[in-house]
Design a binder for this molecule. Structure first.
Ligand code: CUA
Length: 355
């Protein structure tokens, strides 16, 4: 019994104290203006609830001890009381007033958080959920990333959130409240990150067998770093299509050999033959503009891949993934194409050029 009594507060502590603040989503360590508002509301409600809890439980314990049955039993029955109008009115109105107050504060806060700016200068990021990954498109830059969201600090961003299949929910606990990603509809949410760091985003709606792996990484950067990153993405995407002869290029135009061996040119042909373009948009592969799977632009520098389910520390990881997707991520809709070792090596050689 004593051990059980000790386990209860320890269990609560484990819930409240994050094991690793940076890695775990943590809604009460806010890193944006909106998260700050939500966090204040959380703590306010928690403190209020704690006061009520201590008061009610304290009275209960006091009464149990003070008026417990004593031996020997008194000879006369204590006075029998029934009904106390003043008390009853009090315990009905005080909780009602507390609830009305909380409701008012919550609605006001939600109203403030939900203001979507109409100023065309505010940056928009399109967020598209699909079983089981997230695609982010940065304004009109044409830059798309998968499961890897970059945000400039101190800049207001409007997220236009939708889905191509079932209902998902877009949530970065440290940065903002969740919003549903519904097919055929665009929901908006706006926030300004105010802290440089790395956070974890999740899908917060049971959306199929791969739901728990529908994770993404959020990197908040200074506006300068963000612009540099955006430019890198831009040049990376522009360089991926068939190389255009450039007289200014260095004379040592030796063929690209990927770290994992294999021939990128053969890989590009295999990608066509195996039908990858039906599901994926792949830079440099003509006609590869599928939207069922994630866009593979920059896949080689993405870690992890497959919606956070598979690490990508080099060509061997990418190869293991494409050779047996359902084995590494149960529930994924990416099929096992039955690639031979050599085929997979060549395909990965091409994918490795997509940095
Ligand atoms: Cu998407 Cu859960």
């Amino acid at each position: 019994m004593r051990r059980l009594l000790l386990a209860i507060p320890l269990g609560f502590a484990a819930l409240i104290i994050p094991s690793s603040a940076a890695a775990q989503p943590w809604p009460v360590a806010p890193a944006s203006d909106g998260a700050e508002q939500i966090s204040q509301l959380f703590w306010f409600t928690l403190v209020l609830a704690a006061i009520v809890f201590i008061l009610v439980e304290g009275l209960l314990i006091y009464s149990s001890l003070r008026f417990r049955r004593r031996t020997p039993l008194p000879l006369t029955e204590p006075p029998q009381i029934h009904g106390n109008t003043r008390l009853e009115v009090m315990w009905a109105t005080v909780p009602a007033l507390i609830l009305i107050g909380l409701f008012g504060i919550t609605v006001t806060r939600l109203g403030e958080i939900d203001q979507i700016p109409t100023d065309p200068k505010v940056m928009h990021i399109s967020v598209t959920g699909q079983q089981f990954s997230w695609t982010f498109e940065y304004g009109s830059s044409g830059i798309k990333t998968t499961n890897d969201l970059h945000l400039p600090v101190g800049q207001q961003i409007v997220f236009d959130v939708t889905s191509v299949d079932v209902i998902h929910a877009f949530w970065v606990p440290d940065l903002f409240g969740q919003i549903d990603a519904n097919p055929g509809r665009i929901n908006h949410i706006t926030y300004t990150a105010n802290q440089v760091g790395e956070f974890r985003g999740v899908c917060n709606m049971l959306c199929g067998a791969g739901h728990s792996g529908m994770l993404f990484r959020v990197t908040t950067q200074t506006p300068g770093d963000f612009q540099t990153w955006l430019q890198q993405q831009q040049s990376g995407t522009a360089a991926a299509p068939a190389p255009v002869p450039n007289p200014a290029a260095s004379p040592s135009a030796s063929p690209v050999v990927a770290a994992g061996g294999g021939d990128p040119a053969v890989g590009a042909q295999l990608i066509q033959q195996k039908g990858c373009p039906a599901c994926h948009t792949i830079p440099g592969i003509p006609g590869a503009n599928g939207t069922i799977g994630p866009d593979l632009g920059g896949v080689a520098s993405r870690n992890p891949i497959a919606g956070g389910a598979v690490p990508n520390n080099g060509p061997q990881d990418l190869k293991a993934w494409i050779m047996n997707p359902p084995g590494l991520k149960p529930g994924t809709i990416m099929p096992n194409l039955g690639l031979t070792d050599q085929e997979a090596t060549n395909i990965v050689a091409y994918l490795e050029t997509l940095k």
